[in-house]
Design a protein around this ligand. Structure first.
Ligand code: G
Ligand code: G
Ligand code: NA
Ligand code: MN
Length: 253
């Protein structure tokens, strides 16, 4: 696939950038973290759909290059903010391909050391379907990362069909409720019940519970009432390029 050769060149040429979407602790409005989201504007085709690109990279062995790039960007910016007294913990998306790479945990610890960021500040987001779908093979890497102190988040939680008891046996620290449920809790009692159950389960297992796709005050207030720890979504901010993220932070503090 031609996109792959072009992607490698694009990384080298600085055409790939990382946007950041803030995460806010409930019930207040303190900014406690941000999710790193890759962006690539192709010189001819324009903005490339990240989800589609991730699928292509998964299939071609370039996921490690992407994750390395995003991770270093996130940790470099985290260090800069720490030096300014701002404690904003970055979250980086990782794919099952990363977890199956033998050198992956080592790559993470080297990056943390290079940027002098404590492991506890980094969250890795792994989609529910990939964690559970390949648990046999991904568990060793998850264990090593968890031992290092890195926080592991089960992303898009609720979309897969994992048994809830399985969550207890995984070395994870956070569940991130999928935006498809979150958006609908305002109008759909069934979705409200699902989200309440996930929050209760997460809390009783001692996990941090994050909700993504929060777009309205009503949804945020319902989540706060149910005991959700952290929210992320357009209500707070869209993903922003680093300059806009900085400017946005200034308006908040
Ligand atoms: O902003 P949004 O359109 O950015 O992202 C779409 C999807 O692409 C999301 O599911 C997100 O997790 C995924 N994604 C964005 N950036 C990355 C990345 O750096 N690595 C991986 N694995 N997925 C990413
Ligand atoms: O879970 P993933 O890693 O799939 O989630 C990130 C994706 O969600 C990105 O595409 C991001 O732009 C998108 N996103 C972030 N906040 C919101 C929101 O409030 N509503 C919707 N619909 N999408 C959002
Ligand atoms: Na994510
Ligand atoms: Mn998600």
């Amino acid at each position: 696939f031609q996109l792959v050769t072009q992607f490698r060149a694009a990384l080298a040429a600085g055409q790939v950038t990382v946007h950041y979407q803030p995460k806010v602790a409930l019930p207040g409005r303190e900014v406690v973290g941000s999710e790193a989201l890759m962006r690539w504007t192709h010189p001819e085709f324009g903005p490339v759909d990240p989800e589609e690109l991730v699928r292509v990279l998964e299939a071609t062995g370039l996921m490690d290059d992407l994750t390395h790039f995003v991770l270093h960007d996130a940790l470099r910016r985290c260090r800069t903010m720490l030096d300014r007294g701002l404690r904003i913990a970055p979250a980086v998306n990782v794919s099952v391909r990363n977890l199956l790479s033998p050198g992956f945990p080592g790559m993470i610890s080297a990056a943390l050391a290079e940027h002098d960021v404590p492991a506890e500040m980094l969250t890795l987001e792994i989609t529910e379907t990939s964690v559970m779908g390949d648990a046999e093979r991904t568990l060793p890497a998850l264990r090593v990362l968890h031992e290092m102190g890195v926080a592991l988040s089960v992303d898009d939680f609720g979309t897969g069909y994992s048994s809830l008891s399985y969550l207890r046996r995984l070395p994870v620290d956070e569940v991130k409720i999928d935006k498809s449920f979150v958006a609908r809790i305002e109008t759909d009692l069934g979705d409200l019940a699902v989200v309440r159950a996930i929050i209760d389960l997460g809390r009783s297992l001692g996990l941090r519970v994050v909700a993504e796709g929060v777009e309205t005050d009503v949804v945020r207030d319902l989540l706060a009432e149910m005991g959700c720890d952290v929210v992320q979504g357009y209500l707070i901010s869209r993903p922003l390029d680093p300059e806009r993220f900085d400017a946005w932070l200034h308006t908040r503090t």
